[in-house]
Design a protein around this ligand. Sequence first.
Ligand SMILES: Cc1ncc(COP(=O)(O)O)c(C=O)c1O
Length: 445
Amino acid sequence: MDHHHAANAPGLDAYWMPFTANRQFKAAPRMLASAKGMHYTATDGRSVLDGTAGLWCVNAGHGRQAIASAVERQLTTLDFAPSFQMGHQAAFDFAERLAAIAPGGPEAGLDRVFFTGSGSESVDTALKIALAYQRAIGQGTRTKLIGRERGYHGVGFGGISVGGLVNNRRVFPLLPGVDHLRHTHDLERNAFSKGLPAHGADLADDLERLVALHGAETIAACIVEPVAGSTGVLLPPTGYLERLRAICDRHGILLIFDEVITGFGRLGTPFAADYFGVVPDLVTTAKGLTNGTLPMGAVFCKRAVHDALMHGPEAVIELFHGYTYSGHPVACAAGLATLDIYAAEGLLTRGADLAEDWAGAMHDLRGAQHVIDIRTIGLVAGIELAPRPGAPGARAYDVFVDCFERGLLVRVTGDIVALSPPLIVERDQIDTMASILGDAIARAA
Ligand SMILES: Cc1ncc(COP(=O)(O)O)c(C=O)c1O
């Protein structure tokens, strides 16, 4: 074995960083020291405008005192409580408050809430609930799960199985009985669409094809991101989600929306289900649930799905699933304070007021060198660059580093630059983001 080690900066070796080119990073670290409002401060003292709400999660901006105070109160009152066969008030309160703003509004009935510790756990939880539900209603042959190419559903084995990003999948064994819809990205027909792309609703018919291939009676659920985020911001073609809903209804397949990114105001509505007027059976969330302050996820379930499992002897656990940190009191306290801020500042719908300016600023980058598509919805943007020949991802990575050095945090997947600022962003900050990004793209080789 070769025991040669890279000459890293001292003190950086032990931490194995997630989803990071560790050796490249440690050779030239980008370190954040503090954050307030719309800005990070880097360790060299530079102010960096947060174009990504951290990692699509700090929707109310950084350093919110009300959240910090609520967390401190909870930590010094009840720091932890077991959630198996025991309860504490914060979890019940938080679930009630979430049920009141549940995706699709009160008529949708997505008002039963299962708590998890992250988006990945929310996804695995939703997939398991779907399987348990089908069995409970006498449809136990429905064990297959349908995902979509380019989907990102976290990194649990369930999530990578229904997910569609090859790098997250290729090294690992996957769940059996999983199939995928085609993705909806179509540069040829839809590049530079303003609003939803016009072409591709028929791609939802892939689900009809999979039904014809596998038999409806073998399929439990279909999971999609209403707007695919991590793969580089792919918007659903007009009519696509409606069509998927109709096919699921026709064949008794549960529809799961993964709203880990789109939940809590990202599109200018509380949830994507509200934006599109399409009601799924289960909705996975995390991130903005606590403003990113503490790890937590929540799965919204249709009451009918929940109730189907509330049968059998009352002394028997209905769903053999849960986490040590399900309904963690401190995370619940952070979440409750977060919901208060969202409500007081109208943040769950603020994106709707800014969406037009946001789209305008981003679409102004059209015509810049290398830019082959621009996609926006709510307060999200994806700017797709032509890859540098022979070096996929390198161009966008250079743009990312350049932006950071000039005071803007963006996110990059492949050759797509993604932006998703905190929902407190001001119009002049939108212009600053577009300007720094535009300059970086103009400089990119
Ligand atoms: C749609 C979607 N699902 C699931 C996840 C996984 O969430 P986590 O990283 O909290 O496990 C993410 C994270 O970006 C996501 O975007």
